[in-house]
Design a protein around this ligand. Sequence first.
Ligand code: ADP
Length: 500
Amino acid sequence: MYKDVPEHKQPRELIESLARFPAENPCPVMRIAKDGTLLYANASSSSILKLWGYRQGEKICGQWHDVVLETLSNGTSLTREVECDDKCYSLTFVPPAACEYVNVYGLDRTEAKRVELAVADARTYAESIVATVRQPLLVLDSELTVVSANRSFYRDFRVDPENTVGSLVYELGDGQWDIPELRRLLEEILPASTWFDDFRVEHDFPDIGLRVMLLNGRQVISEGEKTQRILLAIKDITDSLRAEQERERLLKTVAAKNRELQDIIYIASHDLKSPLVNILGFSSELLRDCEQLGNLLGKDQLEQSEKDAVENLVRNEIPQEVKFISSSGHMLKGLIDGMLKVSRIGGAEYSIEPLNMNELMQEVADALEFSIRERGASVTVERLPDCLGDASKTSQLFSNLINNALKYLDPGRKGVIRILGRSENGRSEYCVEDNGIGIDAAHQQKVFEIFHRLNPRDDVGGEGLGLTIAMRILDQMDGGMRLESEPGKGSKFFVSLPGA
Ligand code: ADP
């Protein structure tokens, strides 16, 4: 650039040109002496000086002079911001070594500030969306460290922001989020597919107990910032699931009630009918015989055949008709009492509690000791798991089953009855097993029906209610019963109850 300028002129022109260098700077440049005198200010500083109310050569005092003094005493640069004429400048006060002044370099940060504010606005907006979402939400970085969480997360999972933000997700709440399923989602599924929806996870949290959750995850990669965020939305469906289970339980109860009603209609139309037909039939016969007797006794004199007829009516016909009416009446009473017994099972109060089934079953077996000895049978109770149920109803249920096992033993061989149990999938299953007469496959469903007896005229006695009552009890305790049996070999009645 200086090659045409004669050599002796070069330094002067160079000095002049360099002297213009700060003046030509589009950014403010100033020099302020230790006593506050504004030694130099370029043209770009004019708006700042106007704001401050000083001109070159004047002494600056107050806040800005304090910055000068602080810079000189520290010996390191200080940066302050100043806003004027809709612009924002950052002023860096630099203390040159061993000088009694500072140089001030300004930088127009108006646009940068606008972007910063816009970013802050956007962040506040995003954070307020996250905060207002009712579902618990976690924002993680690529290292799976929590960047932020919303109020619902803190509230639902009983953790606080201090111990959450900045922690690894698996370390939250003393490691309660260290769930193998979640690890798989975040470390395998998310990197491969960038999102997952409604992933069902069940976890037993130390503070809040067993929770069933649906997890939704999104990997958000910002191109500009080259940062990666993971949004993890957690929907706790434990309560709705419980409500659904309760609904199912109620539906089951309604179905059981319906069955009961159908049974009652069946009994009314079938079982109650035959004794009634008897009563009505024999009553009209009785009436007719009484009329005949009245007519005969109304006569002054009776022939021998008429006397025989009276005798027959009084000694045979009428007593027999009364006997039939009476036995049908007893039968009706038995049926109605039975129906009441069954319906009371449904309406009774149940107090569900953990039951020690080894103790309970031993008590049931002890109470049946007389019948056991009478039949020369052996009853063994093996180790049984505990369950949840009502103690007295559970005793009644197993008493009915063991009693049946005794009643329907095969007289041709020694009776062996075993009571076994096992736990599976949170349920306890018990089996009352006998080597009795067994039940034909065709009748295996029917035996659970009210008043159903396979051999109504057998001599073991029974009302056909034992299994119906057992079923009703199980309906009330979230239980179930099934039967496996082989005629001539024996039967196994399996009872399932919630585990304790
Ligand atoms: P009940 O014993 O009073 O007749 P239940 O309802 O207890 O009434 O049983 C219905 C029917 O099921 C019985 O009459 C019997 O025929 C059959 N049954 C029940 N338990 C057994 C068993 N362990 N072995 C063979 N048959 C059985």
